[in-house]
Design a protein around this ligand. Structure first.
Ligand code: UTP
Length: 290
């Protein structure tokens, strides 16, 4: 079955970037001139996704506004001879069929995904975490969809993390299948050193079969009292099996301060309008860094 639906969970509280996230969703933080979530929606669209559900919560209405038309602003740009900015303003409202749903209580990523059941129906679907921007030649979501098309199992987008950091992530038990695709049969969240299964960890993207919803219904709150998506994916991996793609792409975690700064600097260096002058600036300022 062709994958055309995606869910973007964006209802987290973003406590690691407080106080910036007190009134501003981290998903709307700008990376040069576009909010983080627009990069994510564009990746989904470039992967063949036509329908996107963004899970939000109270205070995140500006995400909806961003993907809507802005008639007053558009009229203002036209009357002030700034038509060159118009396309950029309108583009975000035309990317896909974008739906919004509120997660009424912040009960974890697994709970947020379970809110998408009636949107998804009985189809496999993509999940793109709302605070993970991934830049790549071939969209990572598309790399995962290809693996789903080939093996017919749920797919985890993963990369190796440094050995000293694996205890902060989840660790996947894998065996090679083909090229950068592996079979995943087990996983453990935030492992102690003796429980590490591999250095591969799920980073921001997956394809899930609709069976995940029944599993989520029966998943009790885990770490932090939240319903963890990894607990449900672990069950799926142990019973039906999942595949894992060692994806090709550069991931930026917009949920933490360092990730935000890395994304801003690296994407500014590549930006067609400011790239050259920003590079000069970085060269100059780096001379002053000890
Ligand atoms: P994170 O754990 O990275 O986001 O969740 P968070 O909860 O905002 O982070 P901190 O620890 O408070 O800083 C991964 C993704 O799941 C979403 C988040 O928005 C993020 O995109 N999420 C998390 C939800 O949609 N609902 C939740 O209840 C929890």
């Amino acid at each position: 079955m062709k994958i055309t639906k995606a869910v973007i969970p964006a209802a987290g509280l973003g406590t690691r970037v407080l106080p910036a996230t007190k009134a501003m969703p981290k998903e709307m933080f700008p990376i040069v001139d576009k909010p983080a979530i627009q990069y994510i929606v564009e990746e989904a669209v470039a992967s063949g996704i036509t329908d996107i559900l963004i899970i939000t919560n109270r205070g995140k209405e500006i995400i909806e506004n961003h993907f809507d038309r802005a008639p007053e602003l558009e009229a203002n740009l036209i009357s002030h001879a700034k038509e060159n900015l118009l396309d950029g303003v309108i583009a975000s409202s035309k990317l896909a069929n974008i739906f919004f749903l509120r997660q009424k209580e912040t009960k974890g990523l697994g709970h947020a995904i379970n809110c998408a059941r009636s949107f998804v129906g009985n189809e496999p679907f993509a999940v793109l975490y709302g605070d993970d921007v991934i830049i790549s030649k071939e969209p990572v979501c598309k790399q995962l969809i290809k693996a789903y098309d080939e093996f017919g199992l749920g797919v985890l987008g993963a990369k190796q993390v440094p050995a000293e950091d694996i205890c902060k992530y989840g660790s996947l038990k894998i065996e090679p299948l083909k090229d950068n695709i592996f079979k995943c049969t087990d996983m453990v969240e935030k492992p102690t050193p003796d429980k590490v299964l591999s250095l591969y960890s799920i980073l921001g993207r997956c394809i899930l079969p609709p069976e995940i919803f029944d599993i989520l219904d029966n998943t009790s709150p885990g770490v932090g009292g939240e319903i963890q998506l990894t607990d449900a994916m672990c069950k799926l991996a142990q019973t039906k099996g999942m595949t894992m793609v060692d994806f090709i792409g550069k991931r930026y975690d917009i949920g933490n301060k360092l990730g935000i700064m890395k994304a801003s600097v690296e994407l500014a260096l590549q930006h067609r309008e400011i790239g050259i002058s920003f590079k000069e600036y970085i060269k100059e300022i780096s001379k002053t860094i000890e």
